[in-house]
Design a protein around this ligand. Sequence first.
Ligand code: 1GP
Length: 237
Amino acid sequence: TDCILEHIQKSSKKGKKLLAILLDPDKTKLQEISIVSKRIENLKANFIFVGGSFVEKGITDVFVQKLKEFTNIPIILFPGDYSQVTNKADGLLFLSLISGRNPEYLIEQQIKAVPFLKNSNLEIIPTGYILIDGGINSSVLKISKTTAISQNNIELTVETAIAGMYKGKQLIYLEAGSGAKFPVNSKLITEVKKNINIPLIVGGGIRTKEQLKNAYKNGADVVVIGTAFENNINLSI
Ligand code: 1GP
């Protein structure tokens, strides 16, 4: 079934905005999952993304299984590397770091995931992942050994997104990095959105209702919030 991507595509066409809460299995304790799930349901989040940069092998599986005990919100894997995959989730953002020039994160990790994925039921969603400078040395930068695109480089960002679309990506993810000081700016979101006809995900450094609304208004179809929720699960947004 292709229900997650279809859901995002249909919402995008109707202008219905979606929210994803990102949980890092490395940072959320198993004992906290019941309360965390309740809070995510209160926020009316449409998806739970699960992933992180430093998650030990096997942890994601246990984490997602536990989440499934407490919530029916679709769980989408947002893996930092090929080992963070489990059949217990509903879908997988099959990411290529297209802002970078490191073959490891353009194709190598993807190939390493295949022996698992070819026998799994996960909905696999081809996603072009574009790293924008969020004013911090984000873990994606450190791990991928790539550079981020400057917030002012609209041309390169737009061309990268369009190239991703031409390559067949079904989603474009504009990422300022987890815990970013500066979320992806309005102009960048607007220009990318104007130039692609596939849904746009925006994340990194979004902490307030105002920033969330702004991202939606400028053209984000899905906004991802991780750090702000992690720091305050009573967050109201
Ligand atoms: C990170 O885009 C997500 O990959 C969310 O970022 O943790 O800053 O909300 P934050």
